[in-house]
Design a protein around this ligand. Structure first.
Ligand code: PLP
Length: 375
């Protein structure tokens, strides 16, 4: 099998699965239980929180465990909007955000908030100037991804943090770092954000776990009320097997960012070379994106049909975000790409375990697609 859809989700690392299994069948006590068995679980929970905090250079009590990226993003945006409501009702985001962000700000629009959506350029890049032009006195929140999940475009998050600081602006800043964390350095204090979301299943941990960084001076409301867990921000018995698995995967991925990054850059170069020399009518849709993701269009070949044919060769890629389920990509549309280019777009996304054999298999599969579709 040649799995090249790692932006949709990743295979769980063996070490991460082992940590989960150990927690499920051996160290399974509730961390809130007062007996010594429960106390051991609460120590494990603290250790997992410390591990994640260390990967981001933040304090332990600034990390809240959640059920994943979507919950973190919802908590951040709705919490920030509620916290800041007396200062204004204007939010800035981009047109290329994940639906977890877009549908959450849409919900706020229904409650009287006004949202400015920044449009990307033809290469999928967002300009800091455009964000600066939208920033107003009553802006209370900027929510923006660090890396786009469909194109790999890297957004100017550090510049946004600097902009708010230079203007002494009191708007809150949330970063969706789901596609960046574990692949590049993600340090909230350097980025100047107040909130930052990550997800476990993009970095070799199981689905259903993630975390939210919340700056220690920020007091946001909980989405899920319950027994006071997670500093009263996220009620419910902690999903200890998932949390322990996340901490193992996070520390493994973050300890190896540099070595993984150079491997992935080599792979991306090889992939682009192979694509360009084997296919004439090809467009690389986000040439300067993070190397983990390559989005390209093979003109005249419909994405869904190519996905099916590639699947027969054991090659798994995506036509866009896994969440968009066959709908035309809102990201490529926002970039202003032609319908033909959107309809024939494929996303290849690597993980550190990907290799050149995967790319060779992809190229063989694509040649077969062309033969079948352009017959
Ligand atoms: N944000 C981005 C950029 C994503 O790619 C995803 C998942 O694809 C999410 C948020 C949602 O994360 P989760 O699947 O953990 O809810």
């Amino acid at each position: 099998m040649h799995y090249l859809d790692n932006s949709a989700t990743t295979k769980v690392l063996k070490s991460s699965a082992d940590a989960s299994m150990e927690t499920m069948i051996t160290s399974f006590a509730n961390p809130s239980s007062l007996h010594s068995f429960g106390y051991q679980s609460s120590k494990n929970l603290l250790q997992a929180r410390e591990t994640i905090a260390k990967t981001m250079n933040v304090s332990t009590n600034e990390i809240i465990f959640t059920s994943g990226g979507t919950e973190s993003i919802n908590t951040a945006i709705l919490g920030a909007a509620h916290h800041m409501k007396r200062y204004g009702k204007h939010i800035i985001t981009t047109e290329i955000e994940h639906s977890a962000t877009l549908n959450t700000v849409k919900k706020l629009e229904g409650q009287g908030y006004r949202v400015s959506y920044i449009r990307p350029d033809i290469n999928g890049n967002i300009s800091i100037k455009d964000i600066q032009n939208e920033l107003r006195q009553d802006t209370i929140l900027i929510s923006c991804m660090m890396v786009n999940n469909e194109t790999g475009a890297i957004l100017p998050v550090e510049e946004i943090g600097n902009l708010l600081k230079c203007q002494n602006h009191n708007a809150l800043f949330h970063i969706d770092a789901v596609q960046a964390y574990g692949k590049m350095r993600v340090f909230p204090k350097t980025l100047g954000c107040h909130l930052l979301s990550i997800s476990g299943h993009k970095i070799g941990a199981p689905k259903g776990v993630g975390c939210l960084y919340i700056h220690k001076n920020l007091n946001i409301n909980s989405l899920i009320t319950g027994g006071g867990q997670e500093f009263n921000i996220r009620g419910g018995t902690e999903a200890m097997p998932n949390i322990m698995a996340l901490s193992v995967a996070a520390s493994y991925r973050c300890d190896n960012i540099d070595v993984n990054y150079s491997h992935i850059c080599e792979l991306k170069e090889y992939l682009q070379e192979q694509l360009k020399c084997n296919f004439k009518d090809i467009f690389i849709n986000s040439p300067d994106g993070l190397s983990f993701i390559t989005n390209f269009s093979l003109m005249g070949c419909k994405s869904e049909v190519m996905l099916r044919i590639l699947g027969e060769f054991g090659v798994y890629v995506s036509s866009g975000s896994a969440c968009s389920k066959g709908k035309p990509s809102h990201v490529l549309k926002a970039m202003g790409l032609s319908k033909d280019r959107i309809d024939s777009a494929l996303r290849v996304s690597f993980c550190p375990e990907s290799n050149k054999d995967d790319i060779d298999a992809l190229i063989i599969g694509l040649k077969h697609c062309i033969k079948t579709l352009r017959r």
